[in-house]
Ligand binder design. Structure first.
Ligand SMILES: [Zn+2]
Length: 359
């Protein structure tokens, strides 16, 4: 059973109103865990919309065990920001802020210590009340949107934010405590993030629970669950921006279903995950272009490159035409690169995993 509604998020000067579509699918087992999945918070990152369309098809065939909330086109203002053929969906054009840095970091102050499932519900209900109160005040649009979405996500054990990145191999951000679980998404490239909040949705879920869990551990709370039982936020980077593929969405959705099966949200048995490369956030490095011109990326995304391998070559004209090489300074896995062949010195040329662990 799918319930559909539209939540208003912004009135425009012309009088037009923007809203966000919300699909709520009731699970068959009220005790099963719940999931919240949104896509396209950055307007040019649209593959997640195809993935949500696919998930709606799959859940129509086989309803989930736990409740699932799906929010495609989560930022209707950003997806409409066009310049020429391109979608400028990453930053708020008014403030310059990254749309995915406006979420709220809850501080969990609950002092009672009932059994874990009750404690979790108490914390969620306090978070929900705070979010509702904040939404009653006047807020910059970026924050109002983020808090509206965050309020929809409260109460979900798994919050999955679907993004895309430049031109990239599929990869995902997982809190360190959920690395083993994140493997079930069947994306073999993982960025492991510490308990550090920078305003993104996944961190707004993981960080408060992580800190609270550490506090409960210090107190020797008798019902302390293993950390993999904590609510978790993930950001999945589903390939390049400005691209959509219905075929790829089948594979992307299958990976998400596999993860949800593992957690008991979707019905069926999860497939055991294959090996993954994990890179700590601090070792996920940006290579800034030391050359300016027109760049050809020669590195293979997602594949290990040895130290000394050419990653890119940049064409520039002086007395003669020359191609200037960018060489890997250490062994790495190139993950994403500049979206355009036209590049200035000092621009983000590539992002690479270094010092990876394989599990
Ligand atoms: Zn994004």
């Amino acid at each position: 059973m799918v319930a559909f509604k539209r939540i208003p998020v912004r009135s425009l000067a012309s009088g037009a109103n923007l809203d966000v579509p919300v699909y709520t699918i009731r699970g068959s087992n009220p005790r099963a865990k719940r999931a919240y999945i949104q896509s396209s918070m950055h307007g040019s990152e649209v593959q997640g919309n195809a993935v949500i369309a696919r998930l709606l098809e799959l859940f129509a065939q086989t309803p989930p065990e736990g409740d699932v909330v799906l929010v495609p086109n989560a930022n209707p203002f950003a997806i409409n920001q066009k310049s020429g053929e391109y979608t400028l969906g990453r930053f708020d054009p008014t403030t310059g802020d990254n749309w995915n840095r406006n979420y709220w970091l809850a501080e969990i102050t609950e002092s009672s210590r009932p059994p874990w499932h009750k404690l979790k519900r108490k914390v969620w209900s306090a978070m929900s009340a705070t979010l509702r109160a904040r939404l009653q005040t006047d807020l910059p649009y970026g924050q109002k949107l983020a808090l509206t979405l965050q309020a929809l996500a409260v109460g979900a054990d798994y919050v999955i934010d679907l993004h895309c990145a430049n031109v990239s191999a599929r990869h995902l951000y997982t809190p360190e405590y959920a690395e083993q679980e994140a493997r079930y998404f069947q994306i073999p490239l993982l960025v492991s993030i510490p308990n550090m909040f920078s305003g993104a949705l996944d961190e707004s879920v993981s960080c408060p629970w992580w800190s609270f869990w550490e506090q409960l551990r210090t107190e020797a709370y008798p019902e302390l669950p293993p950390s993999r039982e904590l609510p978790q936020g993930f950001t999945l980077e589903l390939g390049g921006q400005e691209l959509i593929s219905r075929d790829d969405a089948k594979r992307d959705a299958a990976g998400i279903i596999n993860f949800l099966r593992r957690q008991g949200v979707a019905s069926g048995r999860a497939i055991r995950p294959g090996p993954v490369h994990i890179c700590a956030l601090q070792d996920y490095k940006t290579i800034y272009s030391t050359h300016a011109g027109q760049v050809e990326i020669t590195a293979s995304l997602g594949a290990m490159a040895k130290r000394g391998t050419q990653l890119a070559q940049t064409l520039q004209f002086g007395r003669t035409a020359s191609w200037q090489a960018t060489i890997a300074q250490e062994q790495c896995i190139p993950i994403l690169h500049h979206s355009s062949a036209v590049i200035h010195e000092g621009s983000e040329l590539l992002k690479v995993f270094t010092r990876t662990r394989k599990i």
